[in-house]
Design a protein around this ligand. Structure first.
Ligand code: COA
Length: 245
């Protein structure tokens, strides 16, 4: 089945939430940051929906979808009343969210600040609607944010900034079929043309670090998020742009 990578739309959001929740169900970071006995899936869905809507305007939020090739018949006339080479889209099979590179010296623009404020307000409304954060352990969230800040200030030294991969997930059952590579290449090809580095934090060592190495990323730092005895490791990786694009 051919796959195309396109920008996220409002209509894709329910499928995207389903993919993220199922692909990350066993994720070590999610298991560390959420208290499993208090996890509220509905609250999490609403939070992801808010993040998706923010991402449509403020990030490179893309989906991989299966396409059904309608094509043309032998005489060249159109089948199904469609134009030649038209493809009908079907289900979403993967998702990625990247932040565009920001020069560290550039101040945040008012639009970005306003959009961040709207995002925070909507998440607060979710807290009210669902009577809390749905099992999110906020102390751990802030431990992670602090370690992330430290890692990025240690690793990010390029004045052009970095394409930052925030989310990547492929529908369980369809992993290992080249969909993740297509999602990555939609951004890494652009990064190569622009001569910009890419960055990600993997929440799994095996097999993800090896998968990302195949995409051209190299390990830069093992980031330890510790809350007492409970530790979550994240793997910070950087991809240098390839010449010749
Ligand atoms: C990580 C993930 C996005 C990768 O997407 P994918 O569609 O499974 O990956 P692909 O099939 O495109 O494979 C990409 C490369 O990694 C290799 N690869 C795939 N699975 C692998 C595995 N288990 N071990 C080693 N290499 C693997 C492939 O051979 C391919 O290399 P090649 O193109 O040079 O042959 C996907 O597996 C996933 O959603 N995992 C669960 C959620 C997750 O962990 N998200 C990321 C959190 S940091």
């Amino acid at each position: 089945m051919p796959i195309e990578v396109v920008s996220l739309t409002e209509a894709d959001i329910p499928e995207v939430i389903d993919i993220i929740q199922s692909a990350f169900a066993e994720d070590p970071y999610f298991q560390w940051v959420f208290e499993s006995s208090q996890f509220n899936k509905e609250r999490n869905s609403d939070s992801l929906a808010v993040r998706c809507r923010w991402g449509i305007n403020n990030a490179i939020f893309q989906v991989a979808r299966e396409t059904e090739d309608i094509g043309v018949n032998d005489e060249g006339s159109e089948k199904n009343g469609t134009s030649p080479s038209v493809s009908a889209s079907s289900r979403v099979v993967g998702v990625s969210c990247w932040l565009a590179p920001q020069s560290p010296s550039a101040p945040e623009g008012w639009y970005s600040w306003y959009q961040g404020w709207v995002l925070s307000c909507r998440q607060m409304l979710n807290n009210v609607r669902h009577w809390g954060r749905g099992g999110l352990q906020t102390n751990r969230y802030w431990i992670w944010k602090d370690r992330q800040q430290e890692a990025q200030s240690e690793i990010w030294d390029d004045p052009k900034g970095y394409y930052f991969c925030n989310i990547v997930a492929v529908r369980p059952g369809m992993q290992g079929m080249g969909i993740g590579r297509k999602l990555f290449e939609a951004v890494t090809d652009r990064a190569d043309r622009e001569g910009v580095k890419c960055y990600l934090e993997s929440s799994r060592d095996v097999p993800n670090v090896q998968i990302y190495e195949k995409m051209g990323f190299q390990m830069r730092k093992e980031m330890e998020c510790r809350d007492g005895e409970d530790v979550c490791m994240l793997y910070c990786m950087v991809r240098e742009p390839k010449a010749g694009h």
